[in-house]
Design a protein around this ligand. Structure first.
Ligand SMILES: Cc1ncc(COP(=O)(O)O)c(C=O)c1O
Length: 412
């Protein structure tokens, strides 16, 4: 099946800054100029066609190291067909929030498939992983509570913590002694919540789950983990790092996304049936936001089914990642503790990261630059996401190109 959108049917792009900003918004021009001066202006690229091993961005075909399509399912026609069948059966729009009439049969099947995959009682789906995090954290914690959050957690966790109005303690990345001290000093509070990514999205590092479970038990804290980058990649069944590390009994709340390895869209929270039922009364992004389309839910359900069929994809991906780490370290490159399919190559300045990413694109490789606020000041990087599609030759080409670009920069 080959399909193309009709680009000629698009209305022409309006010229940038065709008219001056209205006076009430004129500060935006200064803000944009400051972003530009700091090397922080973001590109606005258009992708065309399906993505896979390669991606077409603004008309340039590049080897794709910039997508979270870890299992190579984003362009898979089986997902497209599942979505088409569901759209045919249930229509496209969900029409309302899940609480009202947006929760379709396709959503129910998805939630059951998720609960089954994670071997828990229940799951609840959200329009995005971002919404799952903000809604769940703000439901679990309030002004009388303390949240302990890893310094490298995703923005959706950070925003969820802020939204809860709880007292927030940030512990240095994966520093369990600091977390222990933070919880010990939390005093008498209603609830303590520890929240962490399992695979950190910009670092490719993993959370020390066994130690986190022990500290949660010691301090009678709730342990919530975000498996966004681990779902589909880790664990015998592919449910994530909780499964891989055998920590299911110590983790109370498991959040994840359907948008990365599962190649669909939406987020989920999973755990005890009573907690899931309680969240239906408390999670505002579930109550007050339209459910994602049933067709998307059906594609995600199919992708979950493929996890059971195809453990070879995650095994091959992780083997490729291990080979990549080894080749990088033999070339003397610092990957800052990354041990997963996400590999940051630290450049330093925001402008430097953009320059490296641009040179990689000139060599035919898409590796996006990641700059503040996604990473701390002075720690800008190019972020490599490996996918099942990549061959050993692709990875070899990436290592030699990056090594040569970085050594040119060191010499100049
Ligand atoms: C760790 C983490 N959690 C949550 C999200 C949000 O997921 P979604 O893209 O489905 O909104 C992301 C997305 O980048 C993420 O990296």
């Amino acid at each position: 099946m080959t399909c193309r959108l009709d680009a000629a049917a698009l209305p022409p792009q309006p010229p940038r800054a065709a008219a001056p900003l209205p006076a009430a918004l004129d500060w935006i021009a200064d803000d944009l100029a400051a972003l530009r001066a700091e090397g922080l202006e973001r590109p606005h690229r258009v992708r065309s066609g399906r993505q896979g091993r390669e991606v077409d961005l603004d008309g340039q075909t590049l080897l794709n190291f910039g997508s979270n399509d870890y299992l190579g399912l984003a362009g898979d026609v089986r997902l497209t067909k599942a979505a088409s069948r569901a759209a045919c059966a249930e229509g496209f729009g969900a029409g309302a929030s899940p609480l009202v009439s947006g929760h379709s049969q396709a959503h129910e099947l998805l939630e059951r498939a998720l609960a089954n995959l994670l071997a828990v009682d229940g799951a609840l789906t959200f329009p995005s992983g971002f919404a799952a995090n903000t809604a769940t954290i703000a439901a679990l914690a309030g002004p009388d509570d303390v949240i302990a959050s890893d310094a490298r957690n995703h923005a959706s966790i950070i925003d969820g913590c802020r939204l809860s109005r709880a007292r927030i303690g940030i512990y240095p990345h994966r520093d369990m002694a600091a977390l222990d001290a933070l919880l010990a000093q939390s005093g008498s509070v209603r609830r303590r919540l520890i929240v962490t990514d399992t695979v950190f999205s910009m670092d490719g590092t993993v959370a020390p789950l066994a130690d986190l479970c022990e500290l949660a038990r010691k301090h009678r804290a709730i342990l919530m983990v975000d498996e966004a980058h681990a779902t589909g990649v880790f664990g015998v069944r592919g449910s994530g790092l909780v499964e891989e590390t055998g920590c299911a009994d110590g983790v109370h709340v498991r959040v994840g996304t359907l948008s990365k390895a599962l190649a669909a869209a939406g987020g989920f929270v999973a755990g005890h049936a009573d907690m899931i039922h309680w969240l239906r009364h408390k999670a505002r992004a579930w109550i007050f936001s339209t459910a994602h389309p049933p067709a998307v839910a059906a594609a995600a359900t199919l992708a979950i089914g493929l996890l059971a069929e195809g453990p070879h994809r995650r095994r091959e991906l992780l083997e490729r990642a291990a080979g990549f780490h080894e080749r990088l370290s033999r070339s003397g490159l610092d990957v800052a503790g990354a041990t997963t399919q996400i590999v940051p190559i630290i450049v330093g300045s925001a402008g430097g990261a953009v320059a490296v990413s641009t040179r990689l694109a000139e060599a035919g490789l898409f590796v996006p630059a990641i700059r503040p606020p996604s990473v701390p000041e002075g720690k800008s990087l190019v972020r490599v996401s490996l996918s099942w599609h990549h061959t050993a030759d692709d990875v070899g080409r990436l290592v030699s190109t990056i090594t040569s670009i970085l050594s040119d920069r060191a010499d100049s």
